[in-house]
Ligand binder design. Structure first.
Ligand SMILES: NC(=O)c1ccc[n+]([C@@H]2O[C@H](COP(=O)([O-])OP(=O)(O)OC[C@H]3O[C@@H](n4cnc5c(N)ncnc54)[C@H](O)[C@@H]3O)[C@@H](O)[C@H]2O)c1
Ligand SMILES: O=C(O)C(=O)C[C@@H](O)[C@H](O)[C@H](O)COP(=O)(O)O
Ligand SMILES: [Zn+2]
Length: 367
């Protein structure tokens, strides 16, 4: 891999930014910090051990004032308590001309970016995603925030980083279960974008699990080109961007009913995609053959398609209640992203409660 392999520009009304996929990301970030004197790196307890200290050293070697602040890893810590803790930690260390680096997975990026966006009404931040999920999805698009008991990502802002720096070789230390989580969002992008990406995933599973860096770079690049194209048309998620929430309406409701524990975001999205594919099948959009093919691809990447695959049970009424709080809802109507076929998403506002209950019951039972 060349040092500077791929550059993608994300145009925005808020702040446009570059996404670079390259090796030696730490030497790149040092160059990007030239205008800042004080820097804080935010990461979780796992990433701190693997990469936190070495990034800190690289930055302090450049005579910058840099601190490393971490929080306990896990989705259940993406909440207002950790958000406040991080604010308290940075309070005396940074001024308005400082920069925060979020070094980590989607939890760190969403929450660290939210901290940066609210500290003194907003300071600069750079995302260095370290999980596959963060590289293919969460580090791009400007959605930042935390979960509450009311809902997933329900407290947050839209705001963009100064830059996103992706080094796929950081995935060498990522446990396989989190590669699998990231693949849920990659498969989402493939189902939304079309046949070519789907066939690519069908034929390259082994290489991806072997962490072949060329293949990983390809799926990151494909995913981000697709995501950027959608986000640029609707950064506030009022229309077309809703399609990126394919699999998330029921997926988020599962995470919410389970209290952001016992189910990962990637696993919930995989089950959520199976649920809306079922609705798309019932609507006569997807053929049985395509539905089965999609289910097979999800399972090929060791992702669940039913809640029972995780040994979990769910309460259909509770799940339905959370659907009523979904951020896409308009005029009390639940919005679901269905597929007319692979690569042809449709934003549906006409699914009835009975249909939704049927889809929920479908993913709660085992097949
Ligand atoms: N903002 C968005 O557009 C967007 C998009 C998708 C998902 N998300 C959010 O992202 C979150 C999920 O992200 P995630 O799956 O990255 O979870 P995560 O941030 O919890 O990371 C997963 C695990 O991997 C560990 N880890 C990360 N990088 C590592 C590395 N290189 N080596 C070893 N361990 C490493 C972490 O410590 C953690 O235990 C959810 O909160 C979801 O809502 C946001
Ligand atoms: O970028 C988007 O838009 C997405 O929907 C990407 C999702 O993968 C991601 O999980 C996002 O955080 C969901 O956003 P939300 O607005 O439904 O919380
Ligand atoms: Zn997601």
């Amino acid at each position: 891999m060349k040092d500077n392999l791929i550059k993608i520009k994300c145009q925005s009304n808020l702040q446009s930014y570059d996404i670079v996929i390259q090796k030696n990301s730490f030497s790149q970030v040092v160059k990007d910090l030239s205008q800042f004197r004080k820097i804080v790196i935010i990461c979780d307890s796992n990433v701190r051990k693997y990469y936190g200290e070495s990034l800190l050293q690289a930055i302090t070697a450049e005579k910058k004032i840099c601190d490393l602040i971490s929080f306990p890893a896990g989705e259940s810590n993406k909440n207002l308590n950790t958000f406040l803790y991080l604010h308290e930690q940075i309070a005396l260390r940074l001024d308005r001309n400082s920069c925060i680096i979020t070094l980590g997975g989607g939890v760190t990026g969403d929450m660290g970016g939210f901290v940066a966006s609210t500290y003194m009404r907003g300071i600069s931040f750079i995302h260095i995603p370290t999980s596959l999920l963060a590289m293919v999805d969460s580090s791009v698009g400007g959605k930042l925030g935390v979960n509450t008991s009311i809902g997933k990502n329900v407290v947050g802002v839209f705001n963009n980083p100064k830059k996103v720096i992706i080094d796929p070789s950081l995935l060498n230390t990522l446990p396989t279960k989190f590669i699998i989580d990231g693949m849920a969002e990659v498969i989402k992008h493939a189902f939304l974008s079309g046949e070519e990406f789907v066939s690519f995933l069908e034929t390259n599973t082994e290489g991806i699990f072997d962490l072949n860096l060329t293949l990983l770079t390809q799926i990151i690049s494909h995913s981000l080109h697709f995501k950027v194209k959608i986000v640029e048309q609707d950064e506030r998620d009022l229309e077309i961007r809703n399609i990126l929430n394919y699999g998330h309406t029921i997926g988020h409701a599962l995470e919410e009913t389970l209290g952001y524990q016992n189910i990962s975001h990637g696993n919930a999205v995989a089950i959520g995609m199976n649920a809306v594919n079922y609705l798309s099948l019932k609507e006569g959009f997807l053929s049985t053959m395509t539905f089965d093919r999609m289910q097979q691809l999800i399972r090929q990447y060791k992702l669940p398609t039913f809640l029972s695959d995780l040994g979990l049970q769910g309460d259909p009424e509770k799940i339905l209640q959370f659907l009523n709080n979904d951020k896409k809802n308009q005029d009390d109507q639940i919005v679901m992203v269905l597929l007319q076929e692979i690569g042809k998403p449709i934003i549906s506002r006409t699914q009835t409660i009975i249909q939704m209950k049927e889809a929920i019951n479908y993913i709660l039972k085992s097949n």
